[in-house]
Design a protein around this ligand. Structure first.
Ligand SMILES: Nc1ncnc2c1ncn2[C@@H]1O[C@H](COP(=O)(O)OP(=O)(O)O)[C@@H](O)[C@H]1O
Ligand SMILES: [Mg+2]
Length: 305
């Protein structure tokens, strides 16, 4: 059934993948599911809230906020989930507000025919996003922003068409215009490759927050959360979280990102055709072996680079 609060792809302007009314409890669950130092979460939320309390009231010559937050870190560390969750938590901080979250899909813009990317980017920002911001407080997710704001200094014109170069210029021009005209707008951008993001974009960010790989304690909590979640379907899995070897498993996860830890558990459930048929039979040894294999393949991958 179509959810009225969510506008589907067909009805959306080019470049916007999804538009939804906030707050949205599902995004709140996402925010809670990402295990991260509470101080970082609190800093992130405070910066986003300040965007909406301060910018409409204090002149940009005093505090030059652009309304852009950038999350950078290795793939699978929860950046996209945090960005969506942040939108929800920010909206929730202003009861009675009519916040919306727009999700931009940069690839649909840059896959346009030569010469059209710049135009597509300009239209997206100056029309679709500006219109949303006029209708009410708006948060825009710019996922994997390096696609849109690619570092112009590192671009070879051969490998990267001049079109992308112009797209980066267009993003910067539009960000400046929007920052001036729409204090009710916040961009939350993510990047797996901060070195690929143009420094003029980074310098416009009000906060650049590195999202780290989970440390020992976070690995343990992610693994526990994953097993507890599975135990809702397969009650026998619940006891693995308190098994004596659990700590060794968690230790073996250090060096993996959050997504890889959860996928590793899926690999353990698929450690034999019998376990795959009856996932509740998974053992703590299966998990340990899967964690070790995931780490080994990660290390092998790392050496090749
Ligand atoms: N710190 C974390 N705590 C718990 N789960 C995590 C964490 N990081 C990643 N995950 C898991 O990995 C999934 C993918 O995360 P995602 O937000 O797409 O990461 P990114 O955008 O950094 O690649 C999440 O849905 C979550 O299940
Ligand atoms: Mg992501």
């Amino acid at each position: 059934m179509r959810n009225k609060a969510t506008i589907e792809l067909d009805d959306l302007p080019k470049g916007i993948q999804r538009s939804r009314a906030l707050p949205d409890a599902r995004l709140g669950a996402l925010w809670d599911s990402i295990i991260l130092d509470e101080r970082l979460k609190s800093q992130l939320l405070s910066q986003a809230v300040l965007n909406f309390t301060l910018r409409g009231k204090v002149d940009r010559s005093v505090i030059p906020l652009h309304g852009v937050i950038l999350l950078v870190g290795p793939p699978g560390t929860g950046k996209t989930s945090l960005a969506r969750g942040l939108a929800h938590r920010t909206a929730e901080s202003f009861p009675g507000g009519t916040f919306r979250l727009l999700e931009v899909e940069p690839h649909t813009l840059t896959s346009s025919a030569m010469g059209k990317t710049q135009r597509a980017v300009s239209d997206l920002f100056s029309q679709s996003i500006a219109e949303a911001a006029m209708a009410g407080p708006t948060i825009v997710l710019l996922d994997e922003v390096e696609t849109l704001a690619a570092d112009r200094s590192k671009m070879s014109l051969e490998a990267n068409p001049i079109d992308i170069h112009r797209a980066t210029d267009a993003v910067l021009v539009q960000l400046d215009l929007l920052a001036d005209q729409h204090p009710n707008l916040l961009f939350v951008a993510t990047s797996n490759f901060p070195q690929a993001v143009d420094s003029a974009f980074t310098s416009r960010c009000d906060l650049v927050m590195p999202i780290p790989l989970p440390d020992r304690d976070a690995c343990s909590r992610i693994l526990k959360d994953c097993l507890t979640g599975l135990s809702r379907t397969y009650p026998a899995i619940g006891k693995l979280a308190s098994a004596p070897q659990f700590d060794r498993c968690a230790g073996e996860c250090v060096g993996l990102d959050g997504r890889a830890i959860r996928k590793m558990v899926a690999n353990a459930l698929a450690s034999s055709p019998q376990t795959a048929m009856n996932p509740g039979q998974v053992t703590i040894e299966d998990i340990f072996n899967a964690a070790r294999a995931a780490k080994a393949s990660r290390l092998a991958g790392g050496k090749e680079k």
